[in-house]
Design a binder for this molecule. Structure first.
Ligand code: UDP
Ligand code: MG
Length: 154
């Protein structure tokens, strides 16, 4: 099954939303296969947000993402990348649909609670950027038979 990568940003840490956000993702049926707290720095953020380094808001984005440690996690499920992006909602929290994480918990375009990988290719790159192989766990997903039909569990 597919795996995707998320960051619970400093906005989630500061506002004590870690439990609420992880609960939503777990209740949906996603399995946590890796999770840890870490302090991000300019080097890793310049890689992670390489598509944004020339944008005027990039210095502010660096300050925002370094403001506190973050929680990074890997989530597993069928079509996990697309499913998690749908749950996360639009980048600008004020425009994100009600029912999405950003739509329900935020008011900002930058302080938008959570990062999620935007394609399966980027998910692999991001998982390897933030996790060592031994930090990702492959354990029996014993509730999967209640979450999926047999054809969906490949
Ligand atoms: N961001 C920002 N201003 C913008 C666009 C993006 O501060 O005009 C920040 C915001 O925190 C966003 C992150 O940069 O989550 C990465 O931007 P991206 O376009 O990749 O959006 P995402 O994939 O997070 O929805
Ligand atoms: Mg993005």
């Amino acid at each position: 099954m597919e795996q995707t990568f998320i960051i619970l940003k400093p906005s989630a840490i500061r506002r004590s939303l870690v439990g609420d956000v992880l609960t939503r993702l777990q209740r949906k049926g996603l399995f946590i296969t890796g999770i840890k707290m870490m302090q991000l720095d300019d080097t890793i953020l310049r890689e992670h947000y390489a598509h944004l380094v020339d944008r005027p808001f990039f210095p502010s984005l660096l300050r925002s993402m370094e403001a506190t440690p973050v929680i990074v996690a890997v989530l597993k499920g069928k079509d996990a990348v697309a499913v998690v992006r749908t749950l996360v909602g639009a980048t600008n929290s004020r425009l994100a649909a009600p029912g999405t994480i950003r739509g329900d918990f935020g008011m900002s375009g930058q302080e938008n609670i959570i990062h999620a990988s935007d394609s399966p290719e980027n998910a692999l790159v991001e998982i390897n950027r933030f996790f060592r192989p031994e930090e990702i766990f492959d354990y029996p997903m014993i509730t999967a038979e209640a979450i999926y039909c047999p054809d969906e569990m490949n």
